[in-house]
Design a binder for this molecule. Structure first.
Ligand code: ATP
Length: 234
């Protein structure tokens, strides 16, 4: 039998006030896989991630975690259940140092020493900058810090939004190399990304989102072929 999805959206509707953005989204993330959520700006990728982390309520359909409906669960409950997100724009505290930013993830029971060891092992540049204010670092370094903080909570499922945003191509490829390594370590990851070619190499499956709906899911090579053939204007 097929494994049960760790995270699943079934016919999910959501929006902002009277504006409907998601019009029945179906998406399944199997344990230990990386799912790339693709599509142009405004398609609803960020909105779908907000639903997954409990920041935006479901107005129709179901959000499921390990098979259980978690509609209406606050973000804090979903975080406790292991849903961890790195929002677009990174979410580091610019006026705190690297070390202080990591310290903020100790609330979940991991010691600062362990968080630092893991973060600096993964991203040595963060070790060199441990006393530097996060806001004074490059975009790529801030992204590494945001990812390190998220990983410090030992997430069951990691939600990543637009890792490539505002970063130089070399840094983008470093970030996705890291995603690939996390996948090899068995982490479950849902990553929204506008640029298919940077994420597809590390994805196990891909979903294409247009105007608030997932219009296509498939293997990365299938989706890539359809995108390069100009399927639906992607
Ligand atoms: P992007 O990569 O730019 O974030 P996206 O695919 O993630 O694109 P969303 O950010 O989810 O798309 O936006 C989907 C739609 O929801 C857009 O039409 C957007 O204008 C609208 N929207 C997003 N945030 C809000 C908000 N806070 N209030 C009202 N409408 C919003």
């Amino acid at each position: 039998t097929a494994p049960e999805p760790l995270l699943e959206l079934a016919g999910v509707r959501a929006g902002y006030g009277s504006i409907d953005v998601l019009h029945g989204v179906d998406l399944a993330v199997l344990p230990g896989t990386v799912v790339a959520l693709l599509g142009p700006n405004g398609g609803g990728k960020t909105t779908a991630l907000k639903v997954c982390s409990g920041l935006l309520p479901v107005t129709g359909g179901e959000l499921r975690l390990a098979g259980r409906c978690v509609n209406g669960a606050p973000a804090s409950d979903l975080a406790r259940l292991g849903v961890c997100s790195v929002p677009e724009g990174r979410g580091v505290f610019p006026n705190l140092t690297v070390r202080e930013n990591l310290w903020l993830a100790t609330g979940t029971g991991t010691s600062l020493a362990d968080l630092e060891e893991a973060a600096y092992g993964r991203f040595p540049v963060l070790g060199q900058r441990r006393g530097q204010l996060a806001g004074s670092m490059s975009g790529g370094e801030q992204q590494m810090l945001a990812l390190s903080r998220a990983l410090g909570t030992d997430p069951a499922v990691l939600l990543l939004d637009e890792l490539s945003m505002g970063l130089a191509p070399l840094v983008v490829s470093q970030m996705y190399d890291t995603v690939g390594r996390l996948a090899d370590e068995g982490l479950t990851i849902l990553v929204a990304e506008q640029f298919a070619r940077v994420v597809l190499p590390v994805a196990d499956s891909a979903a294409l989102m247009l105007q608030g709906r997932v219009v296509r899911t498939g293997r990365p090579d299938e989706i890539e072929a359809e995108l390069s053939a100009g399927y639906l204007g992607g």
